[in-house]
Design a protein around this ligand. Sequence first.
Ligand code: RET
Length: 276
Amino acid sequence: MTAASTTATTMLQATQADVLQEIQSNFLLNSSIWVNIALAGVVILLFVAMGRDIESPRAKLIWVATMLVPLVSISSYAGLASGLTVGFLQMPPGHALAGQEVLSPWGRYLTWTFSTPMILLALGLLADTDIASLFTAITMDIGMCVTGLAAALITSSHLLRWVFYGISCAFFVAVLYVLLVQWPADAEAAGTSEIFGTLKILTVVLWLGYPILWALGSEGVALLSVGVTSWGYSGLDILAKYVFAFLLLRWVAANEGTVSGSGMSIGSGGAAPADD
Ligand code: RET
């Protein structure tokens, strides 16, 4: 066994306490986590206050979905801060860090499976889309997150890491299609096109940053360090979650009448009944 692989084996058997120590000794990584925990805490309190007078069912559902974004976020970042959802991975041959033990905050990818569907649920409700379209966006999004997690965790083959990355991107294209093509028309009909348009652009532009960071970071071609990548994700999270959610809730609180229907033209595809 070579010295390098011995080190790798040692780190791969690292306890949670070892991982925690590694996180705490990396200032960039540690600060990128704690800043988000603090922000999520403030944002949760702010959103409770902003939504306290909302009464109509659809507006309430948008509010709960939006609230869940920082709630999932604080749990996600607490998992990272404790070392529970961070581990060492030995990268396969062909990877820029082949044979080295790389610190992987894989919990991020896991928890996106819960937070991103909430963002899409809130946007779909805002556009008053139909249930099939909402189901499509959310399931494609979950597919994107789970296959992205697989891409990050695979250590058996460099090629398969990128195959899963490609599959995740394909799911992402489906989400983008719904956001850019289907929902704008629904939002127009629902009278929410202005705010939907702003949030759609914010979402599409910021979400595109995630696969770029993955590819440039230590999971991909390793041009960026673990700490810089983590700050990249944290920065995107601040904008894609907290700023997004704040703009949405502020609008819903001020325009509750526009979203006061029960929402979700379930199964009708938005069409009016034949005998109306
Ligand atoms: C990965 C890597 C594989 C390819 C693609 C990705 C896309 C991730 C996205 C994440 C968005 C996360 C948000 C989180 C908020 O809580 C998994 C990075 C396409 C779009 C908005």
